[in-house]
Ligand binder design. Structure first.
Ligand code: ATP
Ligand code: MG
Length: 437
């Protein structure tokens, strides 16, 4: 090779830190989870919604609250190079769904039950169960005010754990009350923490007067005793808030869903009121929350809509899949029905016409294809067929094909004799190859 054609060594490009490629066979587990979720949502009559991954930055600043982890330090925000618009990769999707509901007057005819699945972006320190691009399944019930809807959402998540065989999941629930109740509690909190000002960490000192409730969300172990002793919001709730919580737990009790009331449970966004809840497992270390949600009756107004009651949750898909792996769940890789061996290039068009008929009927077929010029030897094609895990090999030999035939050989079951089948009748015999037939 002369200098001009010699390949230059080019530096390898890698994925952005904290953002993962989801590759086979792992991706099959993702698809299986997504499929299960779609069926679940259908049974609960939640409809799919797909909103953009990029939203105006103001949506999250106004919706989530300025003094939150997400808005203060986790957002991927940038200016559009062409028009200077302030944009953000969505860190969560409740605000986006609410924006869409307002923009398209989705609630003109009553409430809506919606769900979504997709990637979210937060600039956090990557670790197990915490990534910079991660995926959420979210469900939002918009326009309903009763505690029974909060309970419906909780029952839906509970049903998913049951179907997935996740047993080690605990439900914690709390009420954040209404703004007036929170104001009273807020004053008591400030007083409590103020009295111990020297024991607060820097973040707590800064947030104390901005958003003291956030202090309860601190992950700093040194802060925990102080948090334990703090006044409980639950003790500041009025009758209506108490009744709402009771309406939720009545439904949970009637369904035999276990829960504990955790008075210290607060959520990371400002938009929540009344019911908040989390499903937590001890199996994933400190990243144990697999689903979190609550009521957000004031979010519509904050992003410019009419007052509208709403409630929802989001599930962390990575964490659920890690938990499933932890529990040794079966691999979801779908079984391959057949592997097509084609010894001669001249046979390819007719062979591929047969494969098209088989696939149209639901048979899964992987056709041999070679990396180098020309067809691979029968021996190496057979080797691949064996390694593929397919139940049958279809051998499109030139001699048989001249007679309109193909050989069907069982690869996993020595008890099944090799057969020849008529090519034009593939629509009839194809079904017998299917493992789920
Ligand atoms: P945490 O306290 O773990 O940071 P959060 O309160 O920020 O969670 P939410 O915003 O309520 O989480 O998101 C709902 C769910 O999404 C979480 O319970 C979790 O399962 C998942 N999740 C949140 N952030 C991440 C992340 N960076 N990587 C993976 N999953 C995440
Ligand atoms: Mg977080």
């Amino acid at each position: 090779m002369n200098e001009k054609t010699a390949p230059r060594k080019v530096e390898k490009l890698l994925a952005v830190k904290g953002m993962n490629d989801i590759l086979p066979p792992d991706s099959a587990r993702w698809e299986a989870l997504e499929e299960r979720v779609r069926k679940l949502m259908q049974r609960f009559a939640y409809e799919n919604v797909r909103t953009p991954i990029v939203e105006p930055t103001a949506l999250f600043v106004r919706g989530l609250g300025e003094v939150t982890d997400i808005v203060e330090k986790e957002m991927y925000s940038f200016d559009d190079r062409l028009n200077g618009e302030a944009l953000t990769l969505r860190p969560e999707n409740t605000a986006g769904v609410v924006r869409a509901a307002i923009e398209h007057t989705l609630l003109y005819n009553g409430g809506k039950r919606l769900y979504y699945m997709g990637p979210m972006f937060r600039h956090e320190r990557p670790q197990r169960g915490r990534y910079r691009q991660f995926h959420q399944i979210g469900a939002e019930a918009l326009g309903f005010c009763g505690g029974e809807i909060d309970a419906e959402l909780i029952l839906m998540a509970h049903a998913l754990w049951q179907e997935l065989g996740l047993t080690d999941v605990e439900l914690q629930i709390n009420s954040l009350g209404q703004p007036e109740e929170r104001n009273l509690h807020r004053a008591a909190l400030i007083q409590h923490f103020e009295a111990q000002h020297d024991l607060l960490d820097e973040e707590a000192k800064r947030r104390l007067h901005l958003n003291p409730l956030r202090l309860l969300d601190s992950k700093n172990p040194a802060m925990q005793p102080l948090i334990e002793a703090a006044p409980r919001l639950l003790d500041f709730l009025g009758d209506a808030s108490k009744r709402h919580l009771q309406a939720v737990t009545d439904v949970l009790d009637a369904n035999g869903v276990a829960y504990s009331v955790n008075p210290r449970l607060v959520r990371g966004m400002d938009y929540y009121n009344l019911t908040v809840f989390e499903f937590v497992t001890t199996k994933l270390g400190s990243q144990g929350t697999i689903c979190a949600g609550g009521r957000y009756d004031y979010l519509f107004e904050q992003v410019g809509g009419k007052p509208t009651p709403a409630v929802g949750w989001a599930i962390g898909m990575e964490r659920v899949l890690e938990l499933l792996k932890e529990l040794g769940g079966a691999d979801a890789a779908p079984a391959l029905d057949a592997y097509a061996i084609v010894p001669d290039a001249a046979s390819l068009p007719a062979a591929m016409a047969c494969l098209q008929t088989l696939r149209a009927q639901g048979t899964s077929v992987l056709m041999h294809a070679s990396a180098a010029e020309g067809m691979a030897s029968m021996k190496s094609q057979f080797k691949r067929a064996d390694a593929s895990g397919a139940r049958y090999a279809l051998i499109f030999g030139a001699d048989e094909m001249a007679q309109g035939l193909v050989t069907v050989k069982a690869l996993r079951d020595a008890g099944i004799a090799q057969q020849t089948r008529a090519l034009p009748e593939a629509a009839q015999w194809g079904k017998s190859l299917q493992s789920n037939a």
